[in-house]
Design a binder for this molecule. Structure first.
Ligand code: SAJ
Length: 440
């Protein structure tokens, strides 16, 4: 029996010991899914607090319940550690570490490199390695393969197996989860893909096996670049419609009645989150290294990045139309999260809008039911969520809706506000014919 056959058999009999490196919003749900599928799972994370919580049977990720964690910990199927040396006993390891952008806008592969260098110390024959972190095409082959394969002179596709499988976790989503969302899997070699697909296929309902790691890496970038560019399109459409005096929200709703060949996106104050504004820039960065300008991505990025400025300009104009000035006025920003009904403020356009309003001399406060405090990493300012929403709405000269959380009582906000600038059409029908509401 070859090493490949023996490893596939271990995965298919669920006797394989697997590890998940990086226990965040991707890694922890994956570790739980492997445990629930019957594998013995070791979660590895340098953050001792996460490790201690998990070993106490507590979850720190909203999409994973503490009951799920404690049940797996009690049954011995899941344990967590900060000790990377456990990797020497593992048959499979999934790497789920962050891939942010540097301040320069270039990819930050430091987390992937750190994880890879740790794993390289414990490489052995008969291990399957799957990278899940979103990155540019070629990362698995160019970065992981040489660092891991060089260890102990192992031959990839024979002694050990390396693949890429993009994460498709959408925090907060209940309908599509780690188990039932189809998973793309592409190996460095055909054998790598087979072994990794055999492993993941024991825990995830649908594994779509593609011919290479590069196809899998690129598929993920297509998914999120598609979103970023279409959001850029509707953001520009909002600017165009405003110039033409046409209601962009009505236009989009009308177009969305087309049952085929159209997908609805809506304009907003900018692009937030740790995926959509970032992933496409990994592709444009990679293409720069081969002297190719990804014009669509760069244009969409430019339009999306300008939306906070556009929002503040429109607010200035709207207040001017009311004989008011932004300077010295009290502006309440509603919603700091990067999208509705989540507690994640990463890359949220709210930060850009607040910074711009402050530069215009406005007295800015914010409310977000999920985020009690915000701090601007770069500019250093910070503020607490206002304690009383309705009182803050009443006192504000202008309310700017940045994130349209479902929990907001929009009729009450409209009733109590002097003036509302609604960047999300959160007020919807309440805005029709209402002089105190202006929409993007
Ligand atoms: N946004 C708009 N208009 C839209 C859609 C989004 O302005 O029509 C803004 C949001 O407000 C947010 C940003 O874009 O600031 C990103 O929103 P998103 O809906 O794309 O949500 P994300 O960033 O959580 O994207 C994730 C992605 N999931 C993964 O990468 C695994 C994405 O692929 C999913 O399609 C998306 O969730 C989803 O559908 O919810």
């Amino acid at each position: 029996m070859t090493i490949k056959e023996a490893l596939i058999q271990k995965f298919q009999t669920r006797s394989a010991r697997v590890a998940v490196l990086g226990l965040g919003y991707v890694g922890l749900p994956l570790a739980v899914v492997f445990g629930q599928a019957g594998f013995s799972v070791t979660g590895i994370d340098p953050d001792a607090r996460k490790v201690e919580k998990l070993n106490r049977g507590e979850s720190y990720i909203p999409d994973v319940s503490s009951e799920e964690v404690s049940s797996l910990v009690r049954s011995g199927r899941l344990r967590a550690t900060t000790d990377f040396s456990v990797l020497q006993e593992m048959d499979g390891v999934s790497i789920c570490v962050p891939t942010p952008l540097r301040k320069t806008g270039d990819p930050d592969l430091s987390f992937i490199l750190a994880a890879t260098d740790e794993l390289a110390r414990y490489m052995h024959p008969g291990i399957a390695v799957v990278l899940e972190s979103t990155t540019y095409p070629g990362t698995t082959r160019e970065i992981l393969l040489p660092r891991l394969g060089a260890a102990q002179g192992l031959t990839v596709g024979v002694d050990w197996f390396l693949a890429f499988s993009p994460e498709r976790v959408d925090p907060g989503r209940r309908d599509w989860t780690t188990v039932n969302t189809p998973k793309v899997m592409g190996g460095i070699t055909e054998a790598c893909g087979e072994v990794a697909a055999a492993w993941y296929g024991m825990a995830i309902q649908t594994v779509h096996h593609v011919s290479s790691a590069e196809v899998a890496e690129m598929a993920k970038l297509l998914e999120n670049t598609f979103r970023m560019i279409n959001i850029g399109l509707v953001n520009e459409l909002a600017i165009i419609c405003e110039r033409l005096g046409i209601d962009v929200w009505e236009v989009i709703d009308a177009a969305a009645t087309k049952p085929f060949g159209f997908m609805k996106f809506t304009p907003g104050p900018g692009l937030g989150g740790h995926c959509i504004p970032i992933d496409p820039l990994y592709l444009s960065w990679r293409m720069k290294t081969v002297n190719y300008k990804t014009r669509f991505i760069e244009l969409a990025d430019e339009i999306n990045a300008n939306m906070p400025h556009y929002v503040v300009t429109r607010l200035l104009e709207a207040m001017n139309d009311r004989g008011a000035t932004l300077k010295g006025s009290r502006v309440l920003v509603l919603g700091a999260a990067y999208k509705p009904d989540v507690d994640d403020p990463r890359e949220s356009p709210a930060f850009d809008v607040i910074g711009l309003l402050q530069k215009k001399g406005a007295q800015v406060s914010y409310h977000d039911p999920y985020i009690p405090h915000i701090r601007h990493e770069h500019d250093g300012w910070e503020m607490d969520c206002v304690p009383d929403l309705i009182q803050a709405v009443r006192q504000a000269d202008a309310v700017v809706i940045i994130t349209n959380h479902s929990v907001y009582d929009y009729p009450a906000i409209v009733r109590e506000a002097k003036f509302i600038f609604d960047t999300r059409n959160a007020t919807g029908p309440l805005a029709k014919g209402n002089p105190k509401i202006v929409r993007l």
